[in-house]
Design a protein around this ligand. Sequence first.
Ligand SMILES: Cc1cc2nc3c(=O)[nH]c(=O)nc-3n(C[C@H](O)[C@H](O)[C@H](O)COP(=O)(O)OP(=O)(O)OC[C@H]3O[C@@H](n4cnc5c(N)ncnc54)[C@H](O)[C@@H]3O)c2cc1C
Ligand SMILES: NC(=O)c1ccc[n+]([C@@H]2O[C@H](COP(=O)([O-])OP(=O)(O)OC[C@H]3O[C@@H](n4cnc5c(N)ncnc54)[C@H](O)[C@@H]3O)[C@@H](O)[C@H]2O)c1
Length: 450
Amino acid sequence: MAEQYDFDLFTIGAGSGGVRASRVAAAHGARVAVAEEYRVGGTCVIRGCVPKKMLVYGAHFAEDLEDAKHFGWNIEGKSFDWARLRDHVQNDVTRLEGLYSQTLSNHGVTVFEERATITGDHEVTLASGKVVTANYILIATGARPHIPDFPGNEHVITSNEAFHLAEIPRRILIAGGGYIANEFAGIFNEFGSKVTIANRSDTILRGYDEALRDRLLQISLTKGIEFCFMAEFEYVEKQDDGTLKVKLTGQDERIFDCVMVATGRVPNIEGLGLETIGVQCGKRGEIVVDAFSRTNVDYVYAVGDVTDRVQLTPVAIREGQAFADSVFGGVEPYAVDHSCVPSAVFSHPPIAAVGMTEGEARNRLGSVKVYQADFRPMKNVVAARNERSLYKMVVDAANDRIVGIHMIGPEAPEIMQAAAIAVKAGLTKADFDATVAIHPTMAEELVLFK
Ligand SMILES: Cc1cc2nc3c(=O)[nH]c(=O)nc-3n(C[C@H](O)[C@H](O)[C@H](O)COP(=O)(O)OP(=O)(O)OC[C@H]3O[C@@H](n4cnc5c(N)ncnc54)[C@H](O)[C@@H]3O)c2cc1C
Ligand SMILES: NC(=O)c1ccc[n+]([C@@H]2O[C@H](COP(=O)([O-])OP(=O)(O)OC[C@H]3O[C@@H](n4cnc5c(N)ncnc54)[C@H](O)[C@@H]3O)[C@@H](O)[C@H]2O)c1
């Protein structure tokens, strides 16, 4: 390695992609440093997937405790203490942050807990003024919430603040119709808020199969979540009593206790010094990379949300791993396969999907077969909960290959992880038919499609 530099690799951002890349590069023998301006672990660990999932678990108790009476349990005087859950979640986040820092130091990675900026060729300057040089620079700075431009937008919160609220808002407006809007709508609704979702288009969860989106919309409405479509902000005004007066297009003024925006996330490139060395960015501010996460500057790579390929933690981790192995591992450089990435929305109930939707498959393949199971899970039947699950399998009619599986219902993401292996491996409907069911489960529907 080039000894004229302080480090072989300098990683900017200790999130999902940056931590994996730094740790693996160090394990391959590289001298590695990483800078983190907020908290080690990044979005996923500190204010994303992990604390969100803990809140989802907490929210589920609302229905489980309600349903318990149908299973013979008398639960008197139940109540919910938001502060206890919030603080418990934050304590665990701090514990995980410590583990991530420990992993880095155990691998001999130097951690600078401060902001880093590229200030010259192979050169990074830290907020403290310290200048360091590196043979390679990896940009893994992630993304941040996009806040639409409208009068009064300084009064809104994003998912970042949702984890720290002093109390659960009585009435909350959530703008957006994607992952975060639907997940937090479910969470706040179960905690007792009156939730309104406002989306600028007339669909939620663009990219997911239409039948599942319709099912989630219908179930969410039944649970009491309100939807305003084709609605954008005109203004938000703070009232003397602290509440927020909101005007959406096509709607009368309404009062909410909290307004949260979940209208997408934008790559963190501001003030990074990319222009100093001429790193190329795209229209949405994403760092442009090739299949090997290489930018147009030969010693600069970028992984994760800042490249805006697929904004998911496991993808950022794979990109970080592939970068570290390819550059420091002595293997033939390899690319991450971004096709057939399974995903889930932790709504109430959750959605999970892999591969093509029915619409995509019809457009691309022409002739497809679609199998569907629309059923009420046994637990919902006993609980007298009129909430149906929907599983869909999309098959290429030409060769019987499964090209997509789409599910909404309890534990759908847990079931999907295993089913996704089969789709990725190119298995056929006949392979599923040949597999004996596990009974009684919800997952058995996957091998019983007629
Ligand atoms: C509310 C929410 C829920 C989510 N839920 C899921 C989920 O359930 N499943 C899933 O797969 N994905 C989920 N995601 C997406 C997931 O969190 C991201 O895709 C993932 O964290 C991206 O990893 P990354 O390494 O690219 O960036 P990040 O994890 O965002 O890490 C980037 C780090 O860089 C730091 N940084 C930025 N600029 C600088 C600088 N100049 N100097 C030093 N440090 C800097 C930041 O502070 C940050 O810590 C969720 C996201 C959110 C917001
Ligand atoms: N379970 C998961 O894996 C998970 C969970 C949360 C976030 N994420 C990742 O984080 C990313 C960001 O999540 P997100 O929910 O913010 O974005 P998203 O891209 O999923 O959804 C953004 C939504 O905001 C709407 N919108 C955009 N501008 C608007 C405006 N001005 N007014 C009203 N609506 C507007 C869009 O129509 C869209 O429905 C996701 O794309 C996903 O990759 C993943």
